[in-house]
Design a protein around this ligand. Structure first.
Ligand SMILES: [Zn+2]
Length: 184
């Protein structure tokens, strides 16, 4: 079974030479599609350039490595909750939640928590988008379910209900399944 989304954390050492990545230095990140998931590379630009590869990255981008902050700063509660919710949903990997996962990722992108790094169209026409957490560099590979505009508001309400705790993940998942059956 192909995974529709994935989380890959940013490394703290260069994938190629295994030497530490330096705070605020340039880093080349790439995802390799292994057929069963994604292998992540974080490398010194020089190492990436001089190393020969017999594979094409699924996705590749330039970023800046930030060393983990020693002190955890207080963030607005809402943003933290949204990021945690996305992490939980991506880990659950439940196809019934694909609309919610996508809309939540877009909301986090608009709040400048995530940045879109790449987009790839699959054979079936749907788009897989690669989002990166601006702060800790984690990558989320998320399927764009091709939501129609008239369904967007409903999904946004589900996300808000999850964030405010008025609905559980199970309730939202069963709503989504019912909606899929109705439109099929
Ligand atoms: Zn290196």
């Amino acid at each position: 079974m192909s995974q529709e989304w994935n989380i890959r954390s940013r490394g703290h050492v260069c994938t190629i030479c295994q030497q530490p990545l330096l705070d605020k230095s340039l880093v080349v990140s790439a995802l390799k599609d292994t057929g069963e998931g994604y292998e992540r590379f974080d490398c010194h630009p020089e190492c990436w350039k001089v190393t020969e590869r017999d594979w094409q990255p699924f996705s590749q981008w330039d970023g800046v490595y930030l060393a983990p902050a020693k002190e955890v700063k207080k963030e607005p509660l809402k943003k933290e909750d949204a990021g945690e919710l996305l992490r939980k949903l991506v880990t659950l990997d439940d196809p019934a939640m694909k609309n919610v996962v996508y809309v939540l990722a877009v909301m986090l992108e608009r709040s400048k928590i995530l940045v879109e790094r790449d987009a790839k169209r699959r054979d079936d026409g749907l788009i897989r988008r690669v989002y990166e957490d601006r702060k800790n560099g984690d990558t989320f590979v998320i399927l764009d379910p091709g939501l129609r505009l008239e369904n967007l508001g409903e999904v946004q309400q589900q996300v808000v209900a999850l964030l405010s705790g008025t609905k559980t993940l199970g309730e939202v998942a069963s709503e989504d399944e019912a909606a899929d059956t109705a439109t099929a």
